[in-house]
Design a protein around this ligand. Structure first.
Ligand SMILES: [Zn+2]
Ligand SMILES: [Zn+2]
Length: 224
């Protein structure tokens, strides 16, 4: 079973409105601090046991647990922004004006659903869009994971990226810190740029990469 992104829900009208007021004085909660380094020991046991699998063993187990890892880690981090309630939503249709945009990269794994060919890429791309609605005390983080085509089939179909749990933890820590920088007074919070070890044999093929096709693959990180 391959984890596929659920269809995006439409965000509440309040959050979607273009009239997002600029941050004048961010509310700094004394209990909130940036994520610095995440050692494996600090991960919850539910995530921990997934990390020691080699590339070859990953497939099924990882994809089945993927949604759990994304949402579990997000909840763990963003609960610290209480009383604001933050929500993580996958999307295929990025929002337009008034959203902060953060792009991050990771080592990811692909598996072709037609021929079974598997490959690893250091250029797994994720884009987050986030926005805090002060009036509603709620924030939204939308994200899109970019796919790649199978080089054997070249069938025009982008396979979904399978994300290693430690890479999910990394990028969620990074977006948590960017949110903190914008809304909670974090001063130059760290950005983790490490990758899971191992060098894929294959070169990055722009023809087969969805992020390349959208013109979003060139830099490893961006924030605006
Ligand atoms: Zn294939
Ligand atoms: Zn690319």
């Amino acid at each position: 079973m391959i984890y596929t992104l659920t269809q995006p829900m439409s965000p509440s009208p309040g959050l979607h409105s273009a009239g997002v007021s600029p941050v004048v004085s961010p509310v700094v909660s004394p209990n909130v601090s940036p994520v610095t380094t995440v050692s494996p020991m600090s991960l919850t046991p539910g995530i921990m046991h997934l990390i020691n699998y080699g590339d070859k063993d990953l497939g099924l187990l990882l994809s089945q647990r993927m949604e759990l890892v994304w949402h579990g880690e997000f909840e763990r981090l963003f609960a610290q922004y209480f009383p604001h309630s933050w929500q993580l939503i996958p999307t295929f249709n990025p929002p337009t004006d008034g959203w902060r945009i953060f792009k991050d990269s990771a080592k990811v794994r692909f598996s072709c659903q037609d021929c079974g060919h598997g490959w690893t890429s250091m250029k797994g791309r994720v884009i987050f869009w986030f926005n805090l609605n002060y009036g509603a005390n709620s924030g939204l983080v939308m994200f899109k994971l970019y796919g790649q085509q199978c080089q054997r089939c070249k069938n025009g179909k982008y396979e979904h990226a399978m994300w290693y749990p430690e890479e999910v933890v990394k990028v969620l820590g990074n977006v948590y810190n960017r949110v903190g920088q914008i809304y909670y007074g974090f001063v130059r919070p760290p950005l983790r740029i490490d990758r899971r070890a191992g060098k894929p044999r294959n070169q990055h093929n722009a023809e087969l990469c969805q992020a390349c096709k959208d013109g979003l693959c060139r830099e490893e990180w961006s924030f605006s």
